[in-house]
Ligand binder design. Structure first.
Ligand SMILES: Nc1nc2c(c(=O)[nH]1)N[C@H]1C(S)=C(S)[C@@H](COP(=O)(O)O)O[C@H]1N2
Ligand SMILES: [Mo]
Length: 312
């Protein structure tokens, strides 16, 4: 099978599963047809890849300018594809995000195992433009395409014992050669409390800029939690497990003094080795102030009574 590239023509990529069929157009109506036309501007450096049917657009970044496609897809953290920011874009060709199976299991009444394209087709896709803040004090504004994780959780019907949601990245050193080195314990794992996972801002993303996710950004399915540091946004997910106990998380396991379970953006709590008060927006020269919860203060009620240090 040909190596999967984000700029593949529909006909070269996994057939059928990625094609927009006539009934998708009919279901989506005018909004769907418009969204297909929109990302089609193919100016140099613009979005490439298979278009996704976006049913709705929501901008939640206070009118701040989008980070260009080129930056979003060439300055990445994805240690399974190398530890330099430029590595993932160069090496993403080893990752084969189609076909791809995702399992949702654990404390649920209706566990699911299905193809990733069958999964997203259960939900109307939304474009959500979010500020994203990495723990390393850089940030971007990214138009993700995905659906609320809460919508999926409702379909699998959590049991009364479900308190947390655990996520797992693919473990396959042939596709993710960085897993041959023990920089982290593999596979990469992350977790949320179930109330965080069900919050309407929490997305499972399958695309950005209207196109399918490139490998370096966590194809075919990744988590996006805009009020938390970027490390919570686990990429290339194969399994989502609802649990009674708090699951282990990769960066917390490696350096518990530096990375908490919550990972909420908090300008007042410094990382032990640097300040979190300011950030460099990729593409800008002067640093800007970091906002509490990355500006998404509507989530503060989730943490009432919790020590702000524990937020990190
Ligand atoms: N599997 C996996 N997921 C991961 C990482 C990683 O190394 N491996 N890095 C995290 C970190 S630290 C950040 S900042 C974001 C970066 O996402 P982006 O490259 O799409 O901007 O991915 C997160 N998800
Ligand atoms: Mo990060």
């Amino acid at each position: 099978m040909a190596r999967w590239r984000p700029d593949m023509k529909e006909a070269e990529a996994t057939p059928e599963s990625l094609w927009l069929r006539r009934r998708d157009f009919l279901r989506l109506g005018a909004a769907g047809a418009l969204s297909l036309a929109w990302p089609g501007r193919s100016a140099a450096g613009g979005p490439v890849g298979v278009p996704l049917p976006v049913a709705k657009r929501v901008t939640l970044a206070g009118g701040e300018a989008l980070t260009p496609w080129d930056d979003v897809t060439s300055y990445n953290n994805f240690y399974e594809l190398g530890t330099d920011k430029s590595d993932p874009a160069v090496r993403a060709g080893t990752l084969r995000p189609r076909p791809w199976t995702v399992t949702i299991d654990g404390e649920v009444k209706r566990p699911l195992t299905l193809d990733v394209d069958a999964l997203w087709k259960r939900f109307p896709l939304e474009e959500r433009t979010y500020r994203m803040r990495c723990v390393e004090a850089w940030s971007m504004v990214i138009p993700w395409v995905g659906f609320p994780l809460g919508d999926l959780l409702r379909q699998v019907e959590p049991t009364s014992r479900a308190k947390f949601v655990a996520f797992q990245t693919l473990h396959d050193p042939a596709q993710l050669p960085g897993q041959r080195r023990a920089v982290l314990e593999w596979p990469y794992v992350e977790g949320l409390r179930i109330d965080e996972a069900s919050h309407p801002l929490t997305l499972l993303a399958v695309g950005l800029y209207g196109r399918v996710l490139p490998g370096q950004n966590g194809a075919p399915l990744r988590l996006v939690v805009p009020w938390k540091y970027g490390f919570k946004g686990v990429k290339s997910i194969v399994r989502i497990t609802l649990t009674e106990r708090q699951p282990p998380t990769s960066w917390n396991r490696l350096a518990p003094r530096e990375y908490g379970f919550h990972g909420n953006v908090n300008p007042e709590v410094d990382h032990p080795r640097w300040s979190q008060a300011r950030e460099r927006r990729i593409g800008e020269f002067l640093k800007r102030k970091t906002l509490p919860f990355n500006g998404y203060t509507e989530v503060a009620s989730l943490y009432a009574g919790l020590d702000p240090k524990a937020l990190y």
